[in-house]
Each structure stands twice: as structure tokens, then as C-alpha cells.
Write a protein of this length. Structure first.
Length: 255
């Protein structure tokens, strides 16, 4: 056995140990507190069932996309509705996210950086919190890392399977949280900055965007609650009280 293979095997066991440590941290007193308002909302929406929750989300104002609720609606009949059971879905998602971080970092930055990044994520108080929170934010983190991982792979291997997988994980991320658009934007910016090197990928990249945009357009077209939310944001601003129309008039007055 070579030195590199021995080092890789030790690193693998270290990651396995970190995953068990992360699991212990995230499950410690998992049911010690009652569910908060947002968590109860997750249970309420998921309680409509797979088809009913889609109809609810489509008509709801300022609501997230349905994928996390859909997973929770499939999880609760099996695991139950206790605080521990409802939160444990997010725990599982968090553990998979840590493993994905290791794979992504090792692919892009090497073994040492991968181990360091894995330790940081496993012990991150923020990620621990979101891994115990029955909301969609942990799932968004997972799909974000998966999208980046597949993005790196297709940069090096221009194969159809990577393009299909990229469309799938990025689309699932968008149906988890609308902020997935910022991950796609970051990937867009990278390709634009390196367009000479990756010129051969541009046509497929545009076609992938059209496919993602088509799926998003269908969702928007049949979601009256989302339309109302967009109009509300434009007219009244977000929770901070910003009025976009007023901000636009202020900017116009500067020129």
C-alpha cells in the first residue's frame, strides 16, 4: 500500500468519525424544546399531504417552494410527528451535507483543505442549528453544494450525464428555496470570467438555463400566491421596509 493510499484511508476514517460526531451533536437533546412557529408551520403544510401541500403553497403569500414540505409529508407518516421525529429529517440532511462538503472540497482543493472544511461544517453552530431545524434551509445548503460539485465535474468532463445531473440538483434546489438562484448566478459569473477556457460549454450552458427557466416559468404561471408576493415586494418592499419603487425614484433623481 502506497503512502498516498494510506493517507487517503486515514482521511476516510477521519471523515467517518466526524460524521458520527456531527450526528451526536445534532441529536443531543433534540426533543428538549417545543417546535417554534416556523417549525409548526412546516408540520402544518406537510400535513396537507403531497398533493394538498402543493396546492397550498401555490396559493400562499410569501411562502417557500414545496420540495422540503413534500419530503416532510413523506417522512412524518413513517417517523411520526414528535419533536424528535420531525427534526431528525433535517439532521439526516445535515449529515449528508457534511459528507458532500468533503467530496466537493477534496475535488477542488485537496485532502487537507477537505478535512479542514469538513471539521468547520461539522462543528459550525449555524449548521448545527439548521440541522436541528425542521425547515428548508439545510436542504438548500445540500443542493447548493451538490450543484457546485456537479458544476466542477462538468467543467472537467463535458458529458451528458453531468449536464442532466446539474439540471436536476439545481432545479431541486430552486424548488427548495428561491435563493438557489444566487448559486446559479455565481456559477454564471465564473463561466463568464473564464469564457475563453470554457467556450465549448456555452451552448449547453444556455440550453440548461432555458430548461431551468422553463420549469420555473411553469411554476410561477400556476402560483397566484407567488405573483402576489412579487407584487407585494415591489410595492411595499421586504421586511426591512424598503420600497423598491421609491428607491428607483430616488436613484433616478441622482442623474
Amino acid at each position: 500500500m502506497t503512502h498516498a493510499s494510506r493517507r487517503g484511508r486515514r482521511a476516510l476514517w477521519a471523515v467517518v468519525g466526524l460524521l458520527f460526531l456531527a450526528l451526536a451533536i445534532r441529536t443531543y437533546q433534540l426533543d428538549a424544546q417545543e417546535l417554534g412557529f416556523d417549525a409548526v408551520a412546516s408540520v402544518f403544510i406537510a400535513g396537507h399531504g403531497p398533493l394538498g401541500l402543493v396546492a397550498y403553497v401555490r396559493g400562499a403569500i410569501r411562502e417557500h417552494p414545496p420540495l422540503y414540505y413534500f419530503l416532510l409529508s413523506l417522512w412524518m407518516p413513517v417517523a411520526g410527528r414528535s419533536e424528535f421525529a420531525v427534526r431528525f429529517l433535517s439532521v439526516g440532511i445535515g449529515i449528508v451535507t457534511i459528507a458532500t462538503m468533503y467530496r466537493l472540497a477534496r475535488k477542488t482543493a485537496g485532502l487537507s483543505v477537505a478535512l479542514f472544511a469538513t471539521v468547520l461544517l461539522a462543528l459550525s453552530p449555524f449548521h448545527v442549528h439548521e440541522s436541528r431545524n425542521p425547515r428548508m434551509y439545510g436542504l438548500l445548503a445540500l443542493f447548493s453544494l451538490l450543484s457546485l460539485f456537479v458544476f466542477v465535474r462538468l467543467l472537467n468532463e463535458d458529458r451528458g450525464r453531468w449536464w442532466v445531473l446539474f439540471w436536476l440538483v439545481t432545479g431541486l434546489g430552486a424548488f427548495t428555496h428561491y435563493y438557489m438562484a444566487f448559486v446559479l448566478l455565481a456559477e454564471d459569473i465564473y463561466l463568464l470570467l473564464t469564457c475563453r477556457r470554457y467556450r465549448h460549454l456555452m451552448l449547453r450552458w444556455v440550453l440548461t438555463h432555458l430548461a431551468l427557466g422553463g420549469a420555473a416559468a411553469v411554476w410561477v404561471a400556476f402560483s397566484p400566491g407567488l405573483w402576489t408576493t412579487i407584487v407585494s415586494f415591489w410595492d411595499r418592499g421586504v421586511a426591512s421596509g424598503i420600497r423598491w419603487s421609491g428607491a428607483a425614484r430616488a436613484l433616478n433623481g441622482l442623474f
